[in-house]
Design a protein around this ligand. Structure first.
Ligand code: WTA
Length: 641
């Protein structure tokens, strides 16, 4: 029996049980069989969740790019590694073979070195979905530098926070980005961000839109002349298993974003293993994940997981609506995509459009469909299944997190019978628990609770960059001896999991994690605002949208609320990015608070959801009367932007 390409449910349970009975043996077999190591490990796993400390494959030495590139050269040198599909459908796609990738990564790696980047240095990458993005990650990994990709939709101030937090010495960006019909001035955003980042010595700029950005002398350099003269050979840095590979920021319910730290060996083993298993990947497949590499999904399942398997991975620069709503389906047909992995929010948006956009295209190449990032609602699932999968392809609803590095709960195609809205069963090696409020594990089926993981897995984040204490408090303090995910889940009668959503103050909007605290901080900077509270409310396309309750300093009758709404959203755009804009803003004179002064978000959430009959006991509040006023205003519908 193989750990890969599990054939049926019975075999899944056998593999799963084995992975729980002897996790070290299980992962050791996988690590031995499928990767190249410079030196093998002394010990497969050492861990202590109370510190917390987790070490996989201690003593091993390797370079992840040797596994993602070099070792494929003999058998797959001419095979397409990255298939780049540009924003503009009239621009030719670019096929980067494994041999091309080898050259391009090495050249890039040499440019990094020549510009003073050494092993362990942090490099911030702020690029659109162009080949240089994937290549820059690999170039960092080649020389042991730690990449920190910031999604190129974040604002200058959000970028600056992330650059400063990880103390990056270099930023890699482009003159701009194409996004549908728009051009975005990325270099301008970087220039603005760097006004408050004194540690950045060099900015490498890739040319994409042929603009003439402001280049600061001595700091900013065009990438392509440097690449032209760089050597095509760059010895991979020999890394220790637990050396850092990257930092990637994710929102928390309080304070600054958390720089999740992932390390080399465990991340490689887990993403490669899950890629092959969960997508039922075969050698001649053309795999496409529509995520942006600025998020964990792109790191693990556009770059590292697929390349570690020698796969062809599609990288799409554009958006699903440009030049029309058929773009995804057109690309599937054009490149004969076999696995298609996208977000529920994209499915919901496309499902609203004319079905002809889908019907026009031949989607018969598809074998496996996937979703990630948020719960998929039943309607969207059926639309996807009926119209894209033509009821013959399995849909894998994959649950995981930036923190987990790779998929944790997912059907295995053709093995696990799917059930709409259920992520179904844990992948081999993943030991889940549902916990109650008192900290007890809930056993048996048909139960719900807080979702935890009881045992380490190779790709778990090892820390929060620069703040191990916060790592401990956020993930290992609620439930003794367990990793707490922050999600709630239920387990049905056959043991399938369904994720019910976040249980903390993180809201998932169009698949993006947004912490309420930084948005509230931004709003409170408006000179007219005294206080604010953000909650989520259901939205047809985005899954959740943001609802803000805002208290103004002076409640003068003459205030122009429409203008204020615009200004508030403008401030949010500047601080975080347009993804965090509020769909609704309700001005209010007070917020419901507990006697200790904590905002009762539960009540605000109910009001935003329009569940007005079910507010629970409000009598313990400091100011119960405020609830009625907020409800009345809501009913009067004073709140639509
Ligand atoms: C949510 C994305 C339901 C969940 C890979 C998680 C999901 C958060 C699913 C992590 C899913 C992700 N079903 N909810 N299939 N996938 N989530 O860090 O709340 O961007 O905790 O990682 O997204 O989001 P992140």
């Amino acid at each position: 029996m193989s750990n890969y390409h599990i054939k049926n449910l019975e075999e899944y349970y056998q593999v799963y049980r084995r992975s729980v009975r002897d996790p070290e043996l299980f992962w050791e077999e996988i690590a031995e069989e499928h990767f190249v190591w410079r030196k093998t490990w002394r010990k497969v796993l050492e861990y202590d969740f109370s510190v917390p400390e987790v070490k996989w494959f201690e003593g091993a030495e390797l370079n992840i790019t040797e596994n993602c590139i070099d070792r494929h050269l003999v058998t797959r040198g001419d095979k397409t590694a990255i298939l780049f599909e540009p924003n503009n459908p009239n621009e030719s796609p670019l096929e980067i073979s494994y041999r091309d990738l080898y050259r391009r990564v090495n050249k890039f790696a040499n440019v990094l070195k020549e510009n003073g980047i050494e092993k362990g240095d942090r490099v911030c990458i702020y690029l659109p979905m162009i080949p240089d993005l994937a290549i820059s990650l690999l170039a960092c990994a080649r020389i042991g530098a730690v990449h920190s990709v910031v999604f190129a939709g974040f604002s200058a101030s959000a970028l600056a926070t992330r650059i400063n937090d990880c103390e990056a010495k270099m930023v890699i960006t482009s003159d701009g980005a194409y996004r549908g019909a728009k051009k975005i001035d990325l270099k301008g955003i970087v220039n603005e961000a760097l006004e408050s980042c004194s540690l950045v010595k060099t900015v490498l700029v890739s040319k994409r839109i042929d603009s003439k950005p402001n280049m600061i002398k001595g700091r900013d350099k065009w990438l392509s002349p440097l690449l032209d003269v760089a050597s095509e050979e760059c010895e991979p840095e020999v890394m220790k298993a637990e050396d850092p590979l990257f930092v990637l920021y994710t929102s928390g319910s309080t304070g600054n974003p958390k720089g999740m730290l992932h390390t080399v060996a465990g991340y490689m083993v887990y993403t490669a293993y899950t890629f092959k298993n969960a997508f039922n990947y075969k050698e001649s497949d053309v795999y496409w994940c529509t995520a942006d590499i600025g998020w964990i999904t792109g790191h693990s399942y556009i770059v590292y997981g697929p390349l570690a398997n020698g796969a062809t991975t599609v990288m799409f620069e554009g958006v699903p609506s440009y030049p029309d709503f058929g773009r995804f389906w057109e690309i599937i047909e054009k490149h004969k995509v076999t696995q298609f992995y996208t977000a529920p929010t994209a499915i919901r948006a496309l499902a609203k459009e004319n079905l002809d956009y889908v019907k026009k295209h031949d989607l018969s190449s598809i074998k496996v469909l996937g979703t990630v990032g948020e719960p998929i609602n039943e309607e969207a699932w059926h639309w996807y299944n009926d119209n894209v999968g033509k009821k013959k392809n399995p849909i894998i609803d994959t649950w995981w997190q930036t923190e987990t590095g790779g998929m944790m709960i997912s059907p295995i195609p053709y093995v696990t019978p799917t059930k709409p809205t259920y992520a179904t069963l844990p992948l081999p090696g993943i030991q889940l628990a549902l916990m109650d409020n008192k900290g007890n594990e809930i056993f048996g089926n048909q139960v719900d609770g807080r979702l935890c993981v009881k045992f380490p897995w190779p790709s778990m984040a090892r820390s929060i960059w620069g703040n191990h204490q916060r790592y401990k408090e956020t993930y290992f303090s609620q439930f003794k001896g367990m990793y707490f995910t922050g999600d709630g889940a239920l387990r049905d009668e056959v043991g399938y999991y369904r994720i019910t959503g976040r249980v903390d103050d993180v809201i998932i909007v169009s698949g993006h994690n947004l912490g309420t605290a930084p948005i509230e901080d931004a709003i409170n900077e408006h000179p007219a605002v005294a206080e604010s509270a953000i909650v989520g409310f259901p939205h047809d396309i985005k899954g959740n949208a943001l609802y803000g309750y805002v208290i103004l300093k002076e409640v003068g009758e003459g205030r122009d609320h429409d203008n204020l709404r615009k200004e508030i959203n403008q401030i949010i755009t500047e601080h975080i990015g347009p993804i965090a804009k509020l769909d609704r803003i309700q001005f209010t004179q007070g917020l419901p608070k507990t006697r200790s002064g904590k905002i009762m978000r539960r009540i605000l959430r109910k009001i935003a959801h329009n569940e007005l009959d079910d507010l629970g006991d409000v009598s313990t509040l400091l100011n119960p009367e405020v609830v009625q006023t907020i409800i009345e205003k809501r009913i009067k519908n004073e709140l639509v932007n």
